[in-house]
Design a protein around this ligand. Structure first.
Ligand code: ADE
Length: 250
């Protein structure tokens, strides 16, 4: 079985590229796809670029052209849950596209992407990770101890935590404390990013499971751009490390 590995940006991609044994490189839709092995397991690695459309294009190619039967996204996110710190890892048991829905009275009423309540209604909001796969990932990572982040990368005197919960996706970089609090309150999101919900949507459409792993590069508030610049590369390594732990059990 071939596993599709995705990242959005070079800072995330480089960690997996460095440890993968690349056998061939192909281009499709101007995207580079590295085919080869990660610790002996057959993988295809690609960078999506930022945002939902970019992520959807590359996920579709991984599934349909490269024959991947499971997709793992590895990268960084902004933290929404105030209990979490930079470097902590959120693995999505559910993903919601927080910017999809219907505008009424100048306000967004969230609804599942690709649906409108009076055209093609649905009760679904978001995408759930495959339950069996989630249990396998939780078992596999249960004993994993992550090394503390360097203090220059926002590290505290504690190792990063791994938690499971809702990740929110939108075509918006969140750099606002008010929005951060609202997203957490309204959707119980633990982290926010810009691709995972599109990966999950495509995977649901083509009928394959997905895993989204995000290490927090920032806390999505007023400092988030600065923090992202300072910490993204180092925390992305944490996510890539966890990918290597779960690839053997997929
Ligand atoms: N990815 C990393 N940090 C983010 C943020 N604050 N908002 C959206 N996506 C992110």
């Amino acid at each position: 079985m071939t596993i599709g590995l995705l990242c959005a940006i070079p800072e995330e991609l480089e960690h997996l590229r460095a440890v993968m044994n690349t056998v061939s490189t192909r281009e499709s839709a101007r995207i580079r796809f590295d085919e080869g092995f990660l610790d002996g397991h057959r993988v295809v690695l690609a960078g999506t670029g930022m945002g939902k459309v970019n992520a959807a294009v590359v996920t579709t190619l991984l599934a349909e052209t490269f024959g991947c039967r499971v997709i793992v996204f590895s990268g960084v996110a902004g933290g929404l849950d105030p209990a979490l710190h930079i470097g902590d890892v959120v693995i999505a048991d559910r993903i919601v596209q927080h910017d999809a829905g219907r505008i009424e009275n100048d306000a967004l009423l969230r609804y599942q992407a690709g649906h409108v309540s009076f055209i093609n209604p649905t009760d679904a909001l978001g995408y759930s990770m495959d339950a069996e796969l989630l249990a396998t990932v939780q078992d596999t990572l249960a004993g994993v101890a992550l090394p503390p982040l360097s203090t220059s990368a926002g590290g505290r005197d504690r190792p990063p935590r791994i938690v499971y919960g809702t990740i929110l996706t939108g075509d918006q970089y969140v750099h606002c404390e008010i929005t951060r609090q609202r997203l957490q309150r309204e959707l119980d999101g633990r982290a926010v990013e810009m691709e995972g919900g599109a990966v999950a949507q495509v995977c649901e459409t083509v009928g394959i499971p997905w895993v989204v792993i995000r290490a927090l590069s920032d806390l999505a508030g007023h400092d988030s751009a600065l923090d992202f610049a300072a910490f993204a590369a180092e925390v992305a390594a944490i996510s890539a490390h966890l990918v290597r732990r779960i690839v053997p059990v997929l």
